[in-house]
Design a protein around this ligand. Structure first.
Ligand code: ADP
Ligand code: MG
Ligand code: MG
Ligand code: MG
Length: 416
């Protein structure tokens, strides 16, 4: 039973619905009968339509009352569309040029109408195809740093932050997805888990049996659910980034919730590392992919360093919130600098831990990454996944080995 007024859009239904809304129809342009409409949703959850016409186009994203990747047997409340829209309301003003504009939200259809990103493609697809996007990771780092500082009580009065955290604390359904899929499922014997079997059967069993690993991930799950630092994107993987040669946008913030900043940076770092480990599986006679793999790994370093530098600069420039009253330290720049350094160290440690948890759940849990899935040769795929899992375990169990990002990249390289 869906709410009254809700129906899932299809191509004819969307044509009629958009034609009835002149401001939106004008963004497409021309006669509705001439519009070109395709459904392109490739994610786990929602319907996404691209509508093109004489004036350009729009992208329409609508929630379905179930998990698309699982079917109607896994119901999912529709409200996620509302939280994606709210992310733009709350964080959007800080993220100009880094996210698509949302022009309209329809509370009956749980649908938004947003800027059509064109000729952009999904970053993951570009990396898989062996392409380089030199600006992409700095844009994502900028997105993460701006979100981390500017939606937090470092930069805002605590009352504003508490209200925002309260609003996003209603994002129950998708926060539950994270709580279960990331922090619990891979450590339980559940039918919705899957992995490259039988090749990874033993390693999957050893992950479930590893109490220290389970405790490390549970500790991070605890932080995720209780540490309300800043507004997270909540699903910041390479499939949530669209790129062209000179433009990068972060899409799909439906998992938005207040949480620890390292959750987003860890997810993105993990997805770059998985892209790196997957490269040998995409080698062809013409291209062994070694240069591309090295470039991706280097980008992981660029991502972290840019994030850290921007986080620090934004904190210095916007330290007007209640969380670290800078006015108490006038003339004591060294004290302020040390506080920032220590805080970033905590974010770095969280980032590595969350990256480890993200890698494990993408290889042993429900939702997998195309980087590995697209490797046709099973033994190659298993080998790539095993290397990624080895690094993930080290990140979670031996954090003292990783004093800086270069030590992470060196360890990744030593595994290949
Ligand atoms: P889901 O939440 O189901 O994962 P996404 O928001 O990630 O949905 O969108 C699914 C796909 O739709 C993306 O991978 C991308 O190909 C396409 N898409 C999403 N938003 C846009 C946009 N604004 N412009 C063009 N294509 C888009
Ligand atoms: Mg998506
Ligand atoms: Mg999504
Ligand atoms: Mg090597």
């Amino acid at each position: 039973p869906t709410p009254e007024g809700y129906y899932p859009l299809d191509e004819p239904g969307l044509r009629v619905w958009l034609a009835q809304r002149p401001a939106l129809a004008a963004k497409v342009g021309g006669a509705p009968a001439d519009w070109h409409i395709t459904e392109v949703g490739d994610g786990n959850l929602n319907l996404v339509f691209l509508v093109r016409g004489a004036a350009g186009g729009v992208c329409v994203k609508q929630s379905l009352p179930y998990v698309r990747a699982a079917g109607e047997s896994w119901p999912m409340p529709l409200e996620r569309a509302f939280f994606e829209y709210q992310h733009q309301q709350v964080a959007g003003p800080h993220l100009a040029g880094l996210v698509p504009q949302i022009w309209h939200y329809d509370p009956l259809l749980y649908a938004s109408v947003m800027e059509l990103l064109s000729p952009h493609i999904i970053l993951r697809q570009g990396l898989l195809a062996g392409r380089r996007y030199p600006q992409a990771v700095t844009a994502v780092a900028e997105f993460a740093a701006r979100s981390a500082v500017l939606t937090s009580a470092l930069a805002q009065p605590f009352e504003a932050v508490f209200d925002q955290a309260a609003l996003f604390s209603r994002n129950h359904a998708l926060t539950r997805v994270t709580a279960e899929l990331v922090f619990a499922d891979p450590f339980e014997d559940l039918p919705r888990n899957r992995w490259t079997s039988p090749e990874l059967d033993e390693v999957a069993a050893s992950v479930r049996a590893d109490a220290a690993l389970r405790a490390a991930v549970a500790r991070l799950g605890h932080r995720f659910l209780t540490q309300q630092d800043a507004l997270l994107h909540g699903d910041l993987h390479t499939g949530s980034v669209m790129v062209s040669d000179n433009d990068t946008r972060v899409i799909d913030p439906e998992f938005a919730v207040y949480g620890p900043v390292g959750f987003d940076t860890g997810a993105f770092l993990a997805n770059l590392l998985m892209a790196y480990f997957s490269q040998p599986g995409h080698a062809t006679a013409a291209d062994d992919r070694r240069d591309h793999a090295d470039w991706i790994l280097q980008q992981a370093g660029v991502f972290w360093r840019h994030f850290a530098q921007r986080f620090d600069a934004l904190w210095q420039a916007h330290a007007d919130g209640d969380a670290w009253p800078r006015r108490l330290f006038v003339g004591e720049e060294g004290v302020f600098a040390r506080a920032r350094r220590e805080h970033l160290q905590q974010v770095f440690a969280d980032t590595l831990g969350f990256a480890g948890a993200e890698i494990i759940r993408r290889i042993l849990g429900f939702a997998h990454n195309l980087d590995f899935e697209a490797i046709a040769d099973r033994s190659q795929r298993a080998a790539a996944e095993t290397r990624a899992l080895t690094l993930a375990r080290a990140l979670l169990l031996q954090p003292q080995r990783f004093a800086d990002i270069d030590s992470v990249l060196d360890s990744a390289q030593a595994l290949v």
